[in-house]
Write a protein that binds this ligand. Structure first.
Ligand SMILES: NC(=O)c1ccc[n+]([C@@H]2O[C@H](COP(=O)([O-])OP(=O)(O)OC[C@H]3O[C@@H](n4cnc5c(N)ncnc54)[C@H](OP(=O)(O)O)[C@@H]3O)[C@@H](O)[C@H]2O)c1
Length: 298
């Protein structure tokens, strides 16, 4: 299939491009800068330079493609996420670029849109499982960009088109966020939010890449995508093992956790998310877990 990928030079985008090319697809990576071209070409795709906020630019770039995969994001790394202004670019990408992408894809005659989303939109559900039927917790205006993005994808799925919205677990692997966490563990600094007994649903980047390929086989709808959920105390041990540290990753004290703000509050939620629907629909399975040795170098 001919597939266009937005955010193709990013953490998720590069994994997606590589996995799609390996699966035999003809892939075009979209980047806003000339310096992005070799990154896309290095993963085996061709590159187009386009402005992701311009429906006209995107329509031209998407013509002749059957599928558009949107992986755009700009998530602040580490403590920077406590500052609301640090999320401005990420908000714009979800509220404006994602909407322009869905519109342009429809204009360009694309049949299928695959949209990256997040399990962080679910409410804290303690030790109970979360399926796609769980109502979201998105009342706070901080989540408005993600809601707009979802609506645009749902609107795309009319007139015989399909939209697959993937609610990805917390990414881990070689990325800046995890690298920052591993450094903190080595230095004995606190890095984890939430309670030790709360659940986290993780997703290795390489499994995320394969999930985008699997999404080509899924019917229109919302799907959770993550590995087997684990408690944060387990994650704290796995982080320490991978970092080569003697002590488990430390939790922030409750007094600090109380003031992290809306954006990072989602990382305190207990999210025991089931990906059974996606696995049954597509045959996708996670292959790298937090106890797989060497996961930060894969
Ligand atoms: N579910 C999750 O847990 C989750 C989800 C997403 C990200 N993250 C984490 O967050 C960290 C940062 O990753 P990221 O995906 O946010 O960043 P990223 O990988 O650096 O960004 C993705 C791509 O989006 C494009 N982009 C970024 N800002 C843009 C802007 N203002 N205008 C137009 N295009 C823009 C860039 O492409 P061009 O420059 O080539 O145009 C960039 O390569 C990583 O550690 C990642 O693992 C986690």
């Amino acid at each position: 299939m001919r597939i266009a990928v937005t955010g193709a030079t990013g953490v998720l985008g590069q994994e997606a491009v590589q996995a799609l090319v390996s699966a035999g697809h003809e892939v075009t990576g979209i980047t806003r800068r000339d310096s992005g071209i070799p990154i896309v070409e290095g993963r085996g795709a061709s590159a187009i330079v386009a402005d992701v906020f311009s429906t006209d630019d995107l329509t031209r770039a998407f013509r002749g493609h059957e599928v558009v995969l949107n992986t755009l994001a700009h998530v602040p790394v580490g403590g920077a996420g406590m500052r609301p202004l640090a999320w401005r670019e990420d908000d714009r990408l979800h509220a404006e670029a994602s909407v322009a992408i869905a519109k342009a894809a429809a204009e360009a005659g694309v049949h299928r849109l695959i949209q990256e989303s997040s399990v962080y939109l679910y409410p804290d559900n303690g030790a109970d499982w979360i399926t796609e039927d769980q109502p979201l917790s998105v009342r706070n205006q901080a989540f408005r960009p993600r809601v707009k993005e979802m609506r645009a994808a749902v609107d795309f799925a009319t007139a015989g088109r399909s939209a697959v919205i993937l609610r990805l677990g917390q990414l881990f692997g070689r990325d800046p966020q995890t690298t920052h966490a591993l450094k903190a563990v080595r230095e004995g600094d606190p890095i984890l939010l939430g309670k030790p007994e709360s659940y986290v649903t993780l997703l290795h980047h390489s499994d995320a890449g394969r999930a985008f390929v699997a999404a080509l086989r899924a019917g229109s709808g919302f799907y959770n995508v993550g590995g087997e959920p684990i408690t944060r105390s387990r994650w704290a041990k796995d982080l320490a093992t991978e970092a080569g540290a003697r002590h488990s990753a430390k939790f922030y004290p409750e007094i600090t956790q109380a003031i992290v703000g809306t954006r990072l509050e989602v990382q305190r939620r207990s999210l025991r998310v089931s990906s059974v629907r996606f696995m049954n629909e597509t045959g996708w399975r996670p292959t790298v877990g937090p106890s797989t040795p060497g996961w930060s170098r894969r």
